[in-house]
Ligand binder design. Structure first.
Ligand code: HXC
Length: 262
C-alpha cells in the first residue's frame, strides 16, 4: 500500500453513532505530514455536523498511535513553511477539539510529540499498557508546536508538564496514569473493547445533555466563576426547551430505560 492508494485517515462506523477516526500511515508510525493533518481536519469537519454522532474515538493503525510530526518533512522547511505547518496542525487539532460530542483518544502505542498533542486535543485519554508517550521535541531542537506547550499544562498542571517538555523524555503508560495524563490503562488486546464500553455508556445518555455538558465545560474555562455559573444556569434552562430531560426524568421515575431521540 502506498500513501497515494490508501486513506490516511479512516472513518469506521459503529453502532449508537460512535465513529472511530483511525490515523493510517503505519509504515511511518502514523507520523503527521501535511496530507495526514489535512485528512484529520477534513474527516473531523465531515462528521461534525452529523446529528446521529454520539462519540468519536481517535486511534492509530499498527503499533503506534502517532509518533509525532513528520521529521523528514520538517527537515526541508523554511521558517515560513514551519509557521504554515504549525498552523495546519492547530487547524487539525482544533477541528478534533471542537467536535460537538466527546472525543476519546485510544492510545494504542507511541504517542510522541505531535501524536501526544493530537491526543491532548481529545476529551478523554485512555492508553494501552504498552503505550509510550512524551514530547521529545526539544531533543530535535524544536518545541511542541501542535498545542503541547498549552494543552498539556492545562490538563496535568504546569509542574509536571514542564518536566515532560524540558526533558523531552518518553514515559510509560503507568507513569502517564499516575500523572493523570490518561484516565485508565488497558492490556493491549483489551484497549479497543474497554474504550468502546465507555463510548457506549456515553452514547446511551441524553444526546443533547452530553453535547451541552461538553460545550459548557469548555466555554466556561476562560470565564470567571460567576460568569461560568451563569453560563451553566442558562444552559441548564435551555435543556428544558427540548423533550429530552422530560423523557429522561419520566423514564427514571417509571423505572424504565429512557428513549432519547437524536
Ligand atoms: C517521520 C517517522 C517518525 C516521525 C517514526 N518514523 N517516527 N518518520 N517522522 N516522527 C518512521 C521511521 O523513520 C521509520 O521509517 C518507521 O517510522 C519506523 O520507525 P523506527 O524508528 O524504525 O521504529 P522504532 O525503532 O520502533 O522506534 C520507534 C520510535 C522512533 C521510538 C517512535 O521512531 C522515534 O523516535 N520516532 C520519532 C519520535 C519523535 O521524535 N517525535 C516527535 C517529532 S517532532 P523507515 O523509513 O526508516 O522505516 C513533533 C513536532 C510537533 O512531533 C509540532 C510541529 C509543529
Amino acid at each position: 500500500m502506498t500513501e497515494e492508494t490508501h486513506e490516511l485517515v479512516e472513518l469506521i462506523e459503529h453502532e449508537q453513532g460512535i465513529v472511530t477516526l483511525r490515523i493510517n500511515r503505519p509504515e511511518a508510525l502514523n507520523a503527521l505530514n501535511a496530507n495526514v493533518l489535512e485528512a484529520i481536519h477534513d474527516k473531523a469537519a465531515e462528521i461534525a455536523t452529523r446529528k446521529d454522532l454520539s462519540v468519536v474515538i481517535v486511534t492509530g493503525s499498527g503499533r503506534a498511535f502517532v509518533a509525532g510530526a513528520d521529521i523528514k518533512a520538517m527537515l526541508e522547511m523554511t521558517s515560513d513553511e514551519a509557521e504554515q505547518f504549525a498552523q495546519l496542525g492547530h487547524r487539525a487539532m482544533n477541528a478534533i477539539a471542537a467536535l460537538p460530542v466527546p472525543v476519546i483518544a485510544a492510545i494504542n502505542g507511541f504517542a510522541l510529540g505531535g501524536g501526544l498533542e493530537l491526543a491532548l486535543s481529545c476529551d478523554l485519554l485512555y492508553a494501552s499498557t504498552k503505550a509510550r508517550v512524551g514530547l521529545p521535541e526539544v531533543g530535535l531542537g524544536l518545541i511542541p508546536g501542535f498545542g503541547g506547550t498549552q494543552r498539556l499544562g492545562r490538563l496535568i498542571g504546569y509542574h509536571a508538564a514542564r518536566e515532560l517538555v524540558f526533558t523531552g523524555g518518553m514515559i510509560k503508560a503507568d507513569e502517564a496514569l499516575r500523572l493523570g495524563l490518561v484516565l485508565k490503562t488497558f492490556e493491549p488486546e483489551a484497549l479497543e473493547e474497554g474504550v468502546m464500553t465507555i463510548a457506549k455508556q456515553i452514547a446511551a445518555r441524553g444526546p443533547g445533555a452530553v453535547r451541552c455538558a461538553k460545550r459548557v465545560m469548555e466555554q466556561g474555562r476562560p470565564l470567571n466563576i460567576s460568569q461560568a455559573l451563569e453560563l451553566e444556569t442558562r444552559s441548564f434552562q435551555e435543556l428544558f426547551d427540548s423533550e429530552e430531560p422530560f423523557e429522561g426524568m419520566r423514564a427514571h421515575l417509571d423505572k424504565r430505560a429512557p428513549e432519547f431521540r437524536k
